[in-house]
Design a protein. Structure first.
Lengths: 399, 399, 399, 399
């Protein structure tokens, strides 16, 4: 694993747990973690359960006893690490967004396609696909239960930087993070809705905004939470968006609205998706990730409504391995499921999803959003929209 | 009253009730209702409580014993009736949207401004402003409790024409209705959010869609529900939008998203508005119109959350006249409150809100949305956006 | 109508509205209202829409131009008025609880049975049976959709006297009100659950409590809200229960819990009922009275859940007469529906429900609860429990 | 650890995780697991992460390299194992309910008191105390934010045996399980409400019921889920309760209702507690365990309501160690927190809570409930109710 901050901790919990809960043909060994600061990476290895700590990720790529590289660093280093790992024949799991630029993403997808010819697997870390309620909704859509999708309504709302005194962490700097709420949060809802509908976004019209343009410099620039450098009194410019909103058309003819923001006061992690189709509708909310609301228009009229399904039954994806019905799971389980599917794909020689090409498609939308926003919301087609994603429902493998 | 279909029934219930519940300086007499079909209008008068029935609205305008004209017809006749009534010195209540075109709306606003000089009052029927939870939220915003508004998220979702076999009623014909979901539903959320924030929409980027372009001709074209002319097998073209989505910027710097649709399967009357500000947030849902969710960031951190306020206390707007706390009210009460405020304004010589100018501002946004949608979502400024609406909070008069 | 306080206002709204909304074979005329205070009753008649005001209810009973007496007084006068009215051949609608004592209730039920032989109708005012969601749930239970009922969970929670400074209004005095939360709130959930399940409560084990035993005397003892006689500083004893809880067994073998309280801080009008049966479950909450949650165990396992049905469709009881789907109704509509059914019963010569005998059965449970509470929660059978109520589902007449 | 079924798996996940997430003065080593079946226990050790597997729990007690015994077996073996472990100087964590009989529980509490004198710690496994929302609510109550508690409303609803064909697993046999829903589910809500209020239940009036008295014998009698021995067609008697309901009085004067059932169709794991106090109210639901609803009567009247607090902030108990706000945790985390607190108590020489005496108090209530139910709901005081539990709020140690 490369990187050991928030994402590194979440992935480590998943690597430690996956074979304890799921029956898999391979057992994962947590060989080594890489980080730049020797003291920190050593402490992280000890804490998170990695046998060794190294200070250069190239060491991991060079070792024979490592089969898979899990990339948990900020987006500016994804491309270099992934290309090196794939070239060395290592399977790769790469956190989202795939890269900071469309060019990097294209290079990564091409490298993954090449590596695949040699049996090397690459997976992008859109972990929310593996929330059971999401996986189950994908099954419902794939089975035609929503009919033709007319509306997608997707928001990802947080509020952790609404306070103007929150410091200028790396996620607010374009050169590290690529973009702001758009790439961090927007990427998730773009991938999720393309995955759920089995359709691509064909064009967008977008606005972005940076509400707070200057912030205190942090004492320590790592991670989500950071204490402001109150002593210094120094400030720096925010170079990413605080919020992004966009309209879209889907390849299947539906209308969609998207919003990603870090200024939705009171909303902590509110990824919400609603789909309206000709035969039914569904609603998902990440803050209540064990639940799915499903409306079936084929029910008798007086009995119709949104059914709150508690997605914790053994018949739901991933859940036969966990606790009895109603005993809910949490955020971190999405990573355990992601890694479960990755390990199974590696073991069986299948291609894991989402592929780097799927992630490239997300990157293409992010890029179109930025271009539209820069051009006064001008309609901006997403290139390659004609290419259908490899969206065979994953239902079979997740039971 | 002119017109006696859905809106006519709702207004009649309000006229019958207003003096029974509220102490007002004037008592309303329900003199006469006008409708084209003699049998129908006679039955309607008898049913709805109007003393007389007439077949030409001009009769109402001409009579001396009538002081106020309540216009409940489709949008294509609003302008002619309102201009005549105002010219005759009658106070006017006009259902929304104010008109089918921006030109008509401009003429009506100008006529209202003239009439006002002679003590004649004109009010536009955006009844949802009078839902107590909405009126209370307006008070909270006006008192600065939400701080600077960064985000507005407004949808009005219905599904009554999702079935392609639903017939071609007048609301689906451009010449009668002006537009589809946009004017019918979108007008409400445009007015509501401009009212709640005290800000104007300064520009939009929009998409519209007509999912079902040909429908069976109805046996009887009045009203919302209509049985299809199944015998004939004839169909006709839908000439309005089924759905409209748009992005907007507010005069105060916030970002907004809007969606109006009649294809949101399972959503019956889901007008939902969320505001996120620097000091707090609020959520309103018309299907639970007695409730308001309010998030106050000035509360101690561990106690923060969205508070579900049951807006049924005597300290909330309009409610001291009704039932004890927790005994909820319904949709129709918004009209009773609207007419309560109108009667009080007439009695006291004040200008009721929303004025025709407020309604014109809504019309200006509707027009910009249509132009943007016709131009591939091109950014379209709303003219007159610099003019601030007369949005003094109405809190005082509603207790 | 006799009495013109809270219940009188609610009934008047219903009498004014019923023929404006429903097609009925009879049209109600609001002839006269009776009240002891001449000034007050005159003002009430004018306000509420009654043609005349009288100061003695016996006048109403004596008049030939009055066919029906609507009793809206406190419980201590119900019996005398009802017996006189029935003896005079007047139809009677009597607010709940039927009486303050079991003996009175027995006399009233017997009188109603006698009067019935002469075509005179008597109905008890358990208005919540006429909330559409309740009436629809009754249909579902009657159709076997919940199967065998195993659990009933019923609470009616309010908090309007939680403040010890709230004055000693008549509802807190045993000689006027009969009992406290038990008769006021408990009576509703007893009737509702017996009605919904079609079963009787066969025995109870109960506790009651008076948390605040001494309160300030009110300046004015009428109604729910009263300003304390702060000047005097005088107090008096509370002679009714503040709260009552009891266990029960149903005639069909199920277990039930009941709670009625005026000390549930934050709960304003929280009548909540949950039924669990062998085939399904349902939940109703009066604060969201347009909604019903229904769980159907015959659905495929992964799709099961509680479906939030918005009970506002024309296919739901009473609603074809009102507004389009999703346009919610309020508390007062339950009275309009009650009176609609009463008027229809009178017109068609049918017996309205709930009968005085149904109300007597509620009274029998209230009496058993008080006796159990007085005997340290001793198990107390409800007499006559073997008698099945005349609970044919009312579905047919309410469409 | 002794036992490796459902509870064993949950505890193992907690033991594996506790030092990876929390900074603790001791690091737990997972030495050995005991189980009767050699093949099964070996597989369990491998799967769950225990170094060794043994077939006799006495081996664990006898070993010098084991400091703590975690008892995850059915209730009939708790007493013997715990007494032996404590006598051998091992710290003990014992799953709830503490024992199958009051006598056993008394012996265990006495043994724990003795062991404590030698620095040996004993903790009962009421894991739900460690749900962050519960721990936070305990802090609010302890700080007086709810005032004097008037009402407790506690249910624990499941439905996994509602189907009469569900087989006769050990949990339905008195000799193994002690009781049915009462001991399994009722024990949790008894402990939780005594813990939250800091009060004891002083007496009860109870009913129990076994709806399905004969069930198919299972092919394999372990665990929650079991496939029926369909081949044999044999059945056996259910010897425990399917459901238990009881009224209670609290030592502080409040009224309480309790319900534990496995027949609440559609309810999977619905542990719900509502507290109403003179200053505020709170609601907790285990199916949404990251949320707490809190009503504060000291807020200005129009702003009052139930605030949905997402208990995922770093200022909430246990959560600074986990993910960012809004990234929810699950059922299993309650065990990780329980073991975190146990490890800390062992390391610092403090007494962990709940003690065996706390668990004995739960057992005393369970026993009183059974005696009351056997005596037709007769009022049954709980012995020792005068003894105040050692309920110092645990807020300090959980931050």
């Amino acid at each position: 694993m490369v990187g050991h901050a928030f994402m590194g901790a979440a992935h480590s919990q998943a690597w430690r747990t996956v074979n304890r809960v799921f029956d898999l043909p391979l057992r994962a060994r947590m060989v080594a973690v890489a980080g730049r600061d020797p003291a920190r990476v050593t402490a992280a290895a000890d804490r998170l359960g990695w046998t060794e700590a190294v200070t250069d990720w190239r060491e991991l790529v060079a070792r024979d006893d490592i089969d898979l590289i899990d990339i948990c660093t900020p987006g500016d280093s994804h491309c270099e690490i992934a290309l090196a790992a794939l070239a060395a024949g290592k399977h790769v799991l790469c956190e989202k967004p795939l890269a900071n630029t469309l060019d990097e993403a294209r290079a990564m997808a091409a490298a993954a396609d090449m590596a695949r010819l040699h049996g090397v697997r690459a997976m992008a870390g859109f972990n929310y696909r593996r929330v059971p309620a999401v996986a189950y909704l994908r099954q419902l859509v794939a089975a035609g239960r929503l009919g033709e999708i007319r509306h997608v309504r997707a928001v990802y709302l947080q509020d952790w930087i609404a306070d103007p005194q929150f410091p200028l962490v790396w996620r607010l700097q374009r050169e590290r993070a690529g973009s702001g709420a758009l790439g961090d949060l927007g990427a998730h809802i773009i991938d999720l809705t393309q995955h759920l509908t089995g359709q691509l976004i064909s064009g967008v019209s977008a606005l972005t905004e940076t509400f707070v343009r200057e912030r205190p410099l942090p004492a320590d620039a790592s991670g989500l939470s950071a204490s402001a450098g109150a002593d210094s009194g120094q400030t720096g410019p925010v170079t990413v968006d605080d919020a992004a909103v966009f309209l879209a058309r889907l390849s299947g003819g539906g209308l969609a609205t998207y919003e990603a923001t870090r200024f939705a006061t009171g909303r902590k992690n509110a990824l919400r998706v609603e789909l309206n189709g000709s035969r039914g509708s569904a609603v998902f909310d990440l803050e209540r990730l064990n639940e799915l609301e499903f409306h079936d228009t084929t029910a008798p009229e007086p009995e119709r409504g949104f059914t709150r399904i508690l997605v914790t039954e053994p018949t739901h994806p991933y859940l036969s391995a966990w606790w009895p019905p109603g005993h809910i799971i949490g955020y971190e389980h999405s990573f355990t499921h992601e890694i479960r599917d990755l390990v199974e794909a590696v073991a069986t020689g299948a291609d894991p999803e989402p592929s780097f090409t799927d992630a490239l498609r997300v990157q293409g939308v992010l890029d179109a959003v930025e271009r539209s926003a820069a051009a006064d919301a001008a309609w901006t087609p997403v290139p390659d929209a004609a290419v259908q994603p490899s969206a065979t429902p994953t239902g079979g493998s997740t039971r």
